[in-house]
Design a protein around this ligand. Structure first.
Ligand code: ADP
Ligand code: MG
Length: 345
């Protein structure tokens, strides 16, 4: 280590990962795909592969126990990991769970956490097969590793999008972010005066999207039924803009995404407007929706069109054409991904 000191924020999360891992060379032929996608791909036969991904949640950074019930936290920690397996077009099968916990937590609190983990294991049909338990000086951290499987021919990488492919988002976007805004607002009110009851009325949907997101394994099953293999796929954990840029960078393509096509639930829009925020900005930069973003060839248009779970939001272009957001007035704006420079997830 030299005397030089470089601040983390100079590189940002993705710059830092690239910087730290650039000198590693895979040495095993079974390592089909290492760093750089939603999950690593380990070859186990000519046809089959295992998928592996890890996500860590830290108290005070990713969750606040003032409004996040431990049961929901356990559920969410599993769901966000399963989501990364879905993003490869695979099926999650096992998890390991590691926790670091301070003596602030009684056994009953951890039982709640594991209640949520167990519920998610049952919903997503995954087995808890191990983990690690250690103490922490302050707060709670949870790190989950998920293992999934897929036929090699079915795996969707971030890197397969082609010029003219259609860009498709599942479900609706921006809700988890607006749910967080409501919870944060009520936290401030409560801290100022604990006598005042939180006012969460009418916000159930967006709060649930924040506290109890689902991995879209149902979409993986729909895609199979429809006979669609996405040319590329990613899960929307950091906000639509950031994920579009990941696909474009990995696939070496450009993109046109249309504001009016972005699926936003009416409850999300209404809350955004109440907060003086543009609903599209919340979808683009909000994060934590855990929907899927994928590309398909134009020949799949009929299969995707009219599907209530899927919205065609744009198309891929030549890399040199750049990545553009076309707003409702028809003006093109170069897409900015705010998520990129923030080392916060
Ligand atoms: P996702 O948002 O899908 O969970 P990330 O953005 O966290 O993915 O990570 C991008 C890629 O970088 C993944 O392949 C992940 O495994 C890898 N990665 C992240 N952090 C590290 C690290 N500290 N060391 C090695 N690889 C990492
Ligand atoms: Mg991901």
């Amino acid at each position: 280590m030299s005397d030089q000191r470089t601040e983390l924020e100079k590189l940002g999360e993705f710059g830092l990962i690239e910087h730290l891992t650039k000198d590693f060379v895979n040495q095993n032929p079974s390592t089909s795909c290492g760093i750089g996608d939603d999950a690593a791909v380990i070859s186990i036969s000519d046809e089959d592969a295992k998928l592996i991904s890890t996500d860590m949640l830290i108290e005070g950074v990713h969750f606040n126990l003032m409004y996040m019930p431990l049961k929901h936290l356990g559920y969410k920690a599993v769901a966000v990991n399963v989501s990364d397996i879905c993003a490869m077009n695979g099926t999650a099968e096992q998890i390991t769970v590691s926790i670091a916990v301070s003596n602030r937590f009684p056994v009953e609190a951890l039982e709640e956490l594991y209640d949520g983990i167990r519920t998610a294991c049952s919903i997503y049909n995954v087995d808890l097969i191990g983990g690690d338990t250690t103490s922490s000086l302050s707060g709670l951290s949870i790190s989950i590793t998920v293992i999934g499987s897929a036929k090699k021919k079915d795996i969707a990488y971030r890197s397969g999008a082609k010029e003219n492919d259609l860009l498709v988002a599942t479900g609706d976007l921006g809700a988890a972010y607006m749910g967080l805004q409501i919870l944060e607002r009520e936290k401030v009110v409560y801290n100022a005066n604990p006598e005042i009851q939180p006012d969460l009325d009418g916000h159930d949907y967006i709060i649930e999207r924040q506290l109890k997101p689902e991995a879209r394994h149902d979409i993986i099953l729909f895609l199979k039924e429809l006979g669609i293999k996405p040319t590329s796929m990613i899960d929307i954990s950091d906000g639509l803009a950031s994920e579009i840029m990941h696909i474009c960078k990995s696939s070496k393509v450009g993109c046109h995404v249309y504001d009016e096509k972005i699926p936003i639930d009416a409850k999300t829009s209404m809350t955004a407007i109440e907060f003086n925020l543009d609903p599209s900005t919340c979808a683009l930069n909000g994060g934590e929706d855990y929907e899927l973003l994928f590309t398909v060839p134009q020949s799949d248009f009929e299969k995707v069109k009219g599907n209530p779970h899927m919205s065609i939001i744009g198309h891929m272009t030549n890399e040199a054409d750049g990545i553009y957001f076309i707003d409702k007035s028809g003006s093109s704006l170069e897409l900015q991904a705010q998520g990129w420079s923030h080392l916060n997830d």
